[in-house]
Design a protein around this ligand. Structure first.
Ligand SMILES: C[S@@+](CC[C@H](N)C(=O)[O-])C[C@H]1O[C@@H](n2cnc3c(N)ncnc32)[C@H](O)[C@@H]1O
Length: 214
């Protein structure tokens, strides 16, 4: 799908959005869960961090954590650094090639509303990449938009549901999630979670999960 000749969700698309838009808000409903669940003194990576609000607030709430946050957009990371300084180690990197770009491993990896923007064939490669940077016993926090999301609340106009994916005529969600789909994302040939725990937020319109690596 193209917007102004750009592939939606491709790196140039996000770069243009981050250049044009300011994203000061974060997902408060996920913050409460994540900041309570993470063990003291942990190393944390947030992927697809956008302009950094979630990572910065997490660090403010949990000064004991070491927080690295990455995004593919240089403009997003630039804005994050200008807004939040060096409280968080913000870096430009691609989720799909973390092992080649991020030398460290982490106790926790957080992804907030990123996977629904990738076509389904990219979900397992993304999860494999996250798993490669997760320490044994560590956890991935996944948050996504649930299938019960009230589509009338969309900013982007009406969307169509074709039985597998929700497609917007002018926007960018390929898949909204139920718990089985999130469970399957964590249990496949790329990664096997020892345990997957779910929370629901805002009715059922947001899914939050933590998967633990053996
Ligand atoms: C819908 S936004 C979510 C941003 C943030 N997590 C939030 O909740 O506000 C998706 C983000 O993923 C980033 N992104 C897209 N593809 C990426 C990739 N391959 N590697 C790293 N970041 C990516 C985009 O630049 C964008 O900031």
């Amino acid at each position: 799908m193209l917007i102004e000749g750009l592939e939606i969700n491709g790196p140039e698309y996000w770069e243009i959005r981050h250049r044009r838009e300011s994203w000061p808000r974060t997902s408060a409903w996920a913050m409460d869960i994540v900041s309570e669940q993470i063990a003291p003194e942990s190393a944390v990576l947030e992927v697809g961090c956008g302009q950094g609000a979630f990572a910065a607030l997490l660090k403010q709430r949990r000064m004991d954590l070491d927080v690295v946050a990455i995004d593919i957009s240089a403009s997003a990371i630039d804005r994050a650094k200008k807004t939040y300084g060096d409280q968080v180690d913000f870096r430009v990197a691609d989720v799909f090639t973390l092992k080649a770009q991020i030398p460290e491993t982490f106790d926790y990896i957080i992804t907030i509303q990123n996977f629904e923007h990738w076509t389904p064939d990219r979900h397992i490669p993304a999860m494999r990449s996250l798993w490669s940077r997760l320490r044994p016993g560590g956890g991935v926090f996944f948050t996504g938009v649930g299938k019960a999301w009230d589509l009338t609340q969309m900013n982007y106009g009406p969307m169509e549901y074709n039985g597998q994916a929700i497609m917007a005529p002018n926007d960018y969600h390929y898949n909204n999630w139920n718990e089985q789909e999130v469970y399957d994302l964590f249990n496949n040939h790329a990664c096997k979670a020892r345990h997957v725990k779910f929370w629901r937020r805002r009715g059922k319109d947001r899914v939050v999960a933590e998967a633990t690596k053996s």
